[in-house]
Ligand binder design. Structure first.
Ligand SMILES: O=c1ccn([C@@H]2O[C@H](COP(=O)(O)O)[C@@H](O)[C@H]2O)c(=O)[nH]1
Length: 271
């Protein structure tokens, strides 16, 4: 999917919501554990009730890898289900990969070719040759971790090198790489005060913003400081939506939570 198509979906659905599919078997409704594939059964129910309210789904790969081969199969079924039934939805493999070039190439093949995700999150720490193998896939997007939502973001990302914070260097340097048009950036909703300055460096790029809901980030601030003239935002919520209820009505409860966020976004898009 192109960024233009993604923007069209945002305007059509009046939503820049990304729903995180972070499935934890200890948190899903217990009746689903009787299913042959509880992870997929949970995801399918969430997708069936929320697909019209969001423009992206983001399975965090850790939540699938943790369950071994069963988790990986559930991930495959989930991405296939989205691609077959809702091809207009942007898919993000939140895998946070990045390694020496030939290894990154294999990560890229796994997530872009085998699983057919539209995008993947990548850590920039190993530099250009670790990221460019992802960027070389046409029609796919690489979402670089930039200023993350967790307290540990202060350990390295804001430290200064040549008077500039490390995360600012990530933005400026990555813009010079081959196929940098395929780049998007992760900025935590908890870092909203830095969004204006980030927008000055990457005015046109999409920003993936996790951290609203369970982590306390504020959607109004993200909109105020992070939007660009094409919206340019994907705001993720995982636990706040998918675990809205642990009863049999969990998917309807998730739909209500997603609807609340979508309605706030619809109002913002009118301004
Ligand atoms: O800076 C980051 C980067 C990634 N994440 C991921 O997003 C979701 C957030 O989940 P919530 O339940 O809505 O808090 C999760 O998969 C994180 O690993 C992030 O939170 N912050």
């Amino acid at each position: 999917m192109t960024t233009l198509q993604l923007t069209e979906q945002i305007l059509k659905k009046k939503s820049f919501l990304c729903i995180g599919l972070d499935v934890d078997l200890d948190k899903i409704p217990q009746h689903l554990l009787k299913d042959e594939d509880p992870i997929f059964a949970f995801n399918k129910a969430i997708i069936d009730t929320t697909h019209h309210l969001c423009v992206a789904y983001k399975p965090n790969i850790a939540f699938y890898e943790a369950y071994g081969i069963k988790g990986w199969k559930a991930l495959q079924k989930t991405i296939n289900y989205i691609n077959e039934n809702h091809p207009e939805i942007f898919t993000i493999a939140d895998a946070k990969r990045g390694d020496i070039g030939n290894t990154s190439k294999m990560y890229a093949k796994a997530f872009f070719e085998d699983l057919n995700f539209d995008s993947i999150t990548v850590a920039p720490y190993m530099g250009k040759d670790s990221v460019e193998p992802f960027l070389s896939f046409q029609g796919k997007h690489t979402i670089l971790l930039t200023l993350t939502s967790n307290p540990g973001a202060l350990d390295f990302q804001v430290q200064k090198i040549d008077q500039k914070a490390f995360y600012q260097q990530v933005l400026e340097i990555s813009k010079t790489w081959s196929n940098s048009g395929n780049l998007m950036y992760v900025v935590g909703a908890t870092q909203a005060e830095s969004l204006s300055e980030i927008r000055e460096i990457v005015p046109d790029s999409f920003l993936l913003i996790p951290g609203v809901g369970a982590q306390g980030g504020n959607l109004e601030d993200v909109w105020k400081y992070g939007k660009n003239s094409n919206v340019g935002l994907l705001v993720n919520s995982s636990r706040g939506i998918i675990y809205a209820s642990s009863d049999e009505n969990f998917a309807q409860a998730a739909k209500l939570k997603a609807k609340e966020l979508q309605q706030q976004m619809e109002e913002m898009l009118k301004t």
